[in-house]
Every structure is written in structure tokens, then in C-alpha cells.
Design a protein around this ligand. Structure first.
Ligand SMILES: *Cc1c(COP(=O)(O)O)cnc(C)c1O
Length: 433
């Protein structure tokens, strides 16, 4: 790898803010599921930019789409009609959702969620309480992660995300995840929506139970609440289904009111989106839910540029054409059953949803190891660092889970390579038990 002559690694600390706890690896180049650092060391990248790279790095169809569109038209304002938005939205509605509706394009996952939150507030004004005052409370769940903007951060039911930034945005009510009785008890006449990740990513690959997902839908119907699904991480095929919640309840039983996406959608080119269902508002109101955010109510300068939408189209084309969701489902199951045969003393549970796989570690055993104590690191970060040293990128999720988020076009041979590295590293750690 060619090094930039006058580059000094100290610049990162000197000129860039310290808000990320970074691993000291400097990636320079990627290809498929591999990344090379400044020193030419090769890694198997099963972090995938935290679920951002469904086709791996430097995919030729994605790179060509970027290049062609960059030479044609990178950006034009949303004051004008953007063909690529229409094309991409059609694919998202017809081929991904398969439920009538409309899309908005943002730049990130947090912004997509902001849009859903604004939709809920607008709905609560349009369909208020019996005394005419707006409904505005949105119920979210412990362990959730919805993003870092003020609204999305306030929606996130984790003190470590919004602690120190108060007062946060009012109107969010936090309920224990997968607890139907607590959810019922939290609904008041001020409640307007329930917002939930079908498979929680950041807290450790934790799925909604099917009973809970059913309860969310039926409570939304009986109390006239919007059902908002955050599929920023688990959507678009990642879990082995194009719609993440269909890996919990397959088929058409679940019909959300709004769904947000980002991460995988743009192969790393920033883009987010949220979809709103085409249905009447009800109670005699002829307006459709998907038309509730009318002209002037919402917007963004960059969101849905011709370039961003072209990259997303190229990405989704490959996912759909090559059946990568189905392939991910199969490979994810294979990986999980393989790891279970190890009966590994350091692994307590494997939660596999396509190419979103959480390995729950034995926190107590690992935390007690002298090397871990000496490092002062939490268990998931210690193990992720050990894997990194061994040449494998994974993502810590909560205190005791490491996540694999490999490309959805991973081959069996590459999966086997990952399994071998993973096992060898865990075996090495287990020696000190
Ligand atoms: C990553 C993530 C977000 C935030 O997306 P950004 O693009 O970082 O703003 C929101 N929700 C979920 C479920 C995520 O995993």
C-alpha cells in the first residue's frame, strides 16, 4: 500500500473531535468482504460499516453507477423533479414493501426517523383527543436505538445516548421491550404512535417476539395509533427478508403505517428514506396518510439527490436480482448452526437473522480474565479488539454481544474463513479460563 509521504497519524487526535472510541486501524482499501490497512494488513470485514455495505466494498456495479452519475448530474434541488427519486421509490414500494405507499428521501437513518416522528405529530394534530388537543406521545422501547439527532435521540430509550444533553424532546414514553402488559398500560389518550425496531441492532441483535409484534399491531389498530418500524439497520434484506419484520412474522399479516431505512440502502453513499402507507386517515377524513406531509411541511437540501438515488438503485438491483435476502437467510442459519456445534465455553447464545448475527458472550467468564481486567475494557469491546488483532472486523453491541454484519453476497468459502478466524480467536482467549 502506498503511504502518503507527509501524513502524520497524530493529526486525527489533534484536528478531529474525540467523540468516537476508535480502534487504532487505518483502513485504506476494500474489496468484497476484505479491507486492507495502511500497513497492508488484510482484514475480513464482518462489520460492514455497521450494516452499511450489503455488497461488500468496491462492488463494480455500485462503483460504475457512482462514476456514471457523477459525470452526468450529482445534485439538483428538490425544487425540481428528480427522476431517480421516482424510480427508486417505485422499487421500494412495489418490490420491497409490496404495500401501497409513498417515500421521502433523507440523508441518514436518524433523519428518516425524524420524518416518522413528524408524521406522528402531524397525525396527532389532525386526529386529536376528544377535547380537541393534539395527541403527541410516541411509545419506544428499552434497548432501542433511533439515531443521534434531537428527536431520534429522545426517542432512543437509553440514558447513555441522551444523558448530559437535557432537556430532551418531550413526548416519548419508554416501555420494556417485548412486554405486552407494560405496553398496554403505557397507552393513554395522548398516545399517537408506537415506534420500534423489529430486530434491535445496537443493543445486541434482539428481535421482537412474534406475540409482541402482533400485540403492537392490534393495539395500534384499536387505539388509532401509528405503527412506525425503524428498519434502518434490519431492513432491505439484511435479516434474510426484504422487510425485517417478515423474518419474525412472514407474509402479509403485519402492515405498518411507516417504515424507515438507511444503512444498506446506499452501499455507503449517504441516503435514508421513510415510507408511509397509502390509507385513508379515517373518521371521515378523506386525506391519505401518505399525503399528510404536504408541500412545505418537511424537506432537506441534499436528500434524494440523483447521485444518491442512482447508487441505491444499483444496490437494490443487485440485492433483488441475485436473491441476496434469501441467500443471507440460508447462510445466516448455516453460520449459526455451525457455531452451535462448537459448544464454545465463551459463547452463550447465537441470534442469527440472515447477515445480522449476534453472538452473546459469557460476560462473567470473560470479565474475570486477567487480561480483560487489566485492559479496563468491557467484554464486547475486548473481544472485538482481539478479533481485530487476528484480522477480523466485527461490531460490539451492548456489553456482551459481538455482531457480524457481513456483506449479503458473502460466499460460503468466505463465511468458512470467518468462522475459522472467529473460532481460533475465541479458543485462544479460552486458554486462560
Ligand atoms: C444506525 C441506526 C440509526 C441511525 O442512523 P444514522 O444514519 O446513523 O443516523 C437509526 N436506527 C437504527 C435502528 C440504527 O441502527
Amino acid at each position: 500500500m502506498e503511504k502518503t509521504q507527509d501524513f502524520d497519524p497524530a493529526w486525527l487526535e489533534k484536528y478531529v473531535m474525540p467523540n468516537y472510541g476508535r480502534f487504532q486501524v487505518w483502513p485504506e482499501k476494500g474489496e468484497g468482504p476484505y479491507v486492507w490497512d495502511r500497513d497492508g494488513k488484510k482484514y475480513l470485514d464482518f462489520a460492514g460499516g455497521v450494516a452499511v455495505c450489503p455488497l461488500g466494498h468496491a462492488h463494480p456495479e455500485v462503483a460504475d453507477a457512482i462514476s456514471r452519475q457523477a459525470h452526468t448530474l450529482i445534485h439538483v434541488s428538490n425544487w425540481y423533479c428528480i427522476r431517480q427519486q421516482a424510480e427508486l421509490a417505485k422499487v421500494l414500494v412495489e418490490d420491497v414493501m409490496k404495500i401501497h405507499g409513498k417515500c421521502f428521501f433523507s440523508n441518514s437513518g436518524a433523519e428518516a426517523n425524524e420524518g416518522m416522528i413528524k408524521l406522528a405529530r402531524k397525525y396527532g394534530v389532525t386526529k386529536p383527543k376528544s377535547d380537541g388537543s393534539p395527541r403527541y406521545e410516541i411509545i419506544t422501547f428499552t434497548g432501542s436505538f433511533h439515531g443521534r439527532t434531537f428527536g431520534a435521540m429522545s426517542a432512543t430509550a437509553q440514558e447513555k445516548i441522551h444523558g448530559g444533553f437535557g432537556p430532551i424532546v418531550p413526548g416519548f414514553v419508554y416501555v420494556p421491550f417485548n412486554d405486552i402488559e407494560a405496553l398496554k398500560a403505557a397507552i393513554t389518550d395522548t398516545t399517537v404512535a408506537i415506534m420500534v425496531e423489529p430486530v434491535q441492532g445496537e443493543s445486541g441483535v434482539n428481535p421482537m417476539t412474534a406475540e409482541f409484534l402482533r400485540a403492537v399491531q392490534s393495539l395500534c389498530r384499536s387505539h388509532d395509533l401509528l405503527m412506525l418500524l425503524d428498519e434502518v439497520q434490519c431492513g432491505l434484506g439484511r435479516t434474510g427478508e426484504l422487510c425485517g419484520w417478515r423474518s419474525i412474522i412472514p407474509g402479509e399479516e403485519i402492515v405498518p403505517d411507516s417504515v424507515s431505512w438507511a444503512k444498506s440502502i446506499g452501499s455507503g453513499y449517504p441516503l435514508g428514506s421513510f415510507w408511509i402507507r397509502d390509507r385513508a386517515l379515517g373518521d371521515g377524513n378523506e386525506t391519505k396518510l401518505c399525503d399528510l406531509l404536504g408541500p412545505g411541511t418537511h424537506g432537506t437540501t441534499y436528500g434524494g439527490s440523483p447521485l444518491a438515488c442512482t447508487v441505491a438503485m444499483a444496490t437494490l438491483n443487485v440485492i433483488l436480482r441475485d436473491g441476496l435476502a434469501e441467500k443471507s437467510a440460508k447462510l445466516g442459519n448455516h453460520i449459526a448452526s455451525e457455531v452451535l456445534t462448537w459448544n464454545h465455553p465463551l459463547i452463550r447464545e447465537v441470534r442469527a437473522f440472515g447477515m445480522m448475527i449476534g453472538f452473546e458472550l459469557d460476560e462473567e467468564k470473560i470479565a474475570a480474565m486477567p487480561a480483560v481486567k487489566a485492559s479496563g475494557k468491557i467484554v464486547s469491546i475486548f473481544v472485538a479488539k482481539a478479533l481485530l488483532d487476528a484480522g477480523m472486523m466485527v461490531v460490539p453491541a451492548g456489553p456482551k454481544v459481538v455482531r457480524w454484519l457481513p456483506p449479503m453476497n458473502l460466499t460460503d468459502a468466505q463465511a468458512a474463513e470467518g468462522l475459522e478466524l472467529f473460532k481460533a480467536t475465541l479458543d485462544q482467549l479460552a486458554i486462560s479460563l
